[in-house]
Write a protein that binds this ligand. Structure first.
Ligand SMILES: [Zn+2]
Length: 503
């Protein structure tokens, strides 16, 4: 007897093949059987089969897909503070890859610095290394599965503080020890954040040497590149060179052209990716489906200017997302704040940073054509890059990314088929990150599933009112347990740590 059968559902199995009508059975934490056939007539082989089920769900009119894999998150600490992970589950996400943009969970003292930025009230429990972090998660499981990247910036901060210099032999040995420990514990790869302190002080050779440790292990190099503005193409060349010289696959994080001066460059950066793929490099990218980004204000305002590696921005383009000290500033642009305070947007940025160095902001810096060009490209998968500052006004991508790709870009805008959209957020992502038995619906695979109404699924959050969960998601299963029922998060927490399975 099966635990659950979902009958006569439109099955998107995650592999990128067109949907079929199917019955899908779950037993324990696995998919036990899939009875499917192409064609008009619904298959009902299970109805006549000797099997029965404790629970059956009528899937008619609904779509079933593998749980969405959010390959780009900053949920390292959110998974501990908000273990129900409702803000992700309600959007159909069943797996989060954490540790992006160079910010990792170990060594602990350095990780605590970043944790404080995003979660000022947090008292971080202790752990030893990535293995200790993973054990923490397992001791108090979150609602979603977690895959872990080692953060280069965190490793560098621990080894050599925030110093703008090349590492000594001792520094390099310390960073390698952090990476080796993480890989041994099952990390999926190494991430860098080359616009942030201290990652921006690292030269290409430093990253090549560290990535060399991953050759042959199946682990990948994920990078928030040095410049996503007018220097985008050189940045993509650097990312590709690191992968080719070190012999490891590359993931370009949140692929975009940021700032008006850079608009249109993605057509060229995509060609660089294609050329590297033809040379044999496993290089891909992820993207969030919005024309606005979000980051810490300290990476945007530097040396008296609003730019950093984000591109030239005006005071209207930069909106305060979350600040513990002055919540009344949240949702205000630097231009508006400047008018309120009787100063320039740059001076407003200075005042905001003086009050709260960890303040996050939303940046209206991209162009819709570029977003579409990147999304349509076969090298692109989906990652929210959501910043889990649940108390402020976070970028709505934290909640709506996957529903927006499916509802807005696939169904309404017909940028690509629903089949392709599902593939980008499931099977494609699992293959790239080495997540065995995830991202596909077939007998024996893990039962991470999303049941949704393909005619209704849509994101609802706006920049003014971001914390709205998507519509049209009926049920979500994580390792066979129902984590969302009728659109409501149930509170069961059956997420696992997903360790690297290749190598
Ligand atoms: Zn980033």
């Amino acid at each position: 007897m099966y635990d659950l059968v979902i009958r006569e559902v439109t099955l998107y199995d995650g592999s990128g093949v067109p949907p079929v009508t199917a019955d899908v059975a779950i037993e324990g934490d696995r998919i036990a059987a899939v009875h499917a056939a192409a064609g008009a007539a619904p298959i009902s082989s299970l109805h006549s089969a000797p099997h029965s089920a404790r629970t059956t769900l009528d899937g008619r009119g609904l779509a079933l897909a593998p749980g969405f894999i959010d390959v780009h998150t900053h949920d390292d600490f959110a998974a501990l503070i908000y273990p129900d992970m409702a803000f992700k589950l309600a959007g159909g996400v069943t797996t989060c890859v954490v540790g992006n943009c160079g910010f990792g969970a170990a060594p602990h003292a350095a990780a605590a610095v970043m944790a404080k930025t995003l979660h000022p009230k947090l008292t971080l429990p202790e752990w030893q290394g990535y293995a200790g972090y993973m054990r923490r998660l397992e001791a108090n499981p979150p609602g979603v599965n977690i895959g872990v990247l080692v953060g280069h910036g965190t490793a560098r901060l621990a080894a050599m503080r925030n110093e703008n210099r090349a590492p000594s032999g001792i520094d390099m040995a310390a960073m390698k020890a952090t990476l080796a420990e993480g890989l041994e514990a099952g990390a999926l790869g190494l991430s860098s954040g080359l616009v942030y302190d201290p990652g921006r002080f690292a030269a290409t050779d430093e990253l090549v040497e560290l990535c060399g440790l991953m050759r042959g292990t199946g682990a990948l190099y994920a990078t928030h590149m040095r410049d996503e503005s007018t220097g985008l193409l050189d940045s993509v060349r650097e990312a590709i060179a690191i992968g080719e010289r070190a012999g490891v696959p590359v993931q370009i994080s949140h692929h975009k052209a940021s700032g008006r001066g850079a608009w249109g460059l993605v057509r060229e950066s995509l060609k660089l990716i294609e050329a590297a793929q033809r040379r044999g490099l496993g290089v891909h990218a992820d993207q969030y489906p919005y024309t606005a980004g979000s980051t810490i204000l300290s990476a945007v305002y530097r040396d008296g200017r609003l730019r950093g590696a984000i591109g030239d921005l005006t005071g209207e383009d930069v909106v305060i997302a979350s600040t513990e000290s002055h919540p009344q500033w949240e949702g205000r642009s630097l231009a508006q704040l400047g008018r309120d305070l009787g100063c320039s947007p740059e001076q407003a940025a200075e005042q905001v940073l003086a009050a709260d160095s960890g303040v996050t902001c939303v940046l209206h810096a991209m162009n819709e054509d570029d977003v579409r060009t990147v999304m349509r490209h076969p090298s692109t998968m989906i990652g929210s890059d959501g910043i889990p500052t649940l108390e402020g006004k976070p970028h709505p991508r934290l909640y709506g990314t996957f529903a927006r790709v499916l509802g807005h870009y696939a169904r309404e805008e017909k940028l690509f088929s629903m089949t392709e959209a599902v593939h980008r957020m499931t099977g494609f992502a699992a293959a790239k990150f080495g997540l065995r038995d995830r991202g596909v619906i077939r007998a024996g695979a893990c039962a991470d599933l999303v049941l949704f109404d393909p005619a209704a699924i849509i994101d609802r959050g706006t920049f003014e009112d971001p914390k709205r969960t998507p519509e049209g998601i009926r049920a979500v299963f994580v390792n066979g347990a129902m984590a969302v029922d009728g659109g409501k998060v149930t509170g069961v927490r059956t997420g696992k740590v997903l360790r690297r399975s290749r190598g």
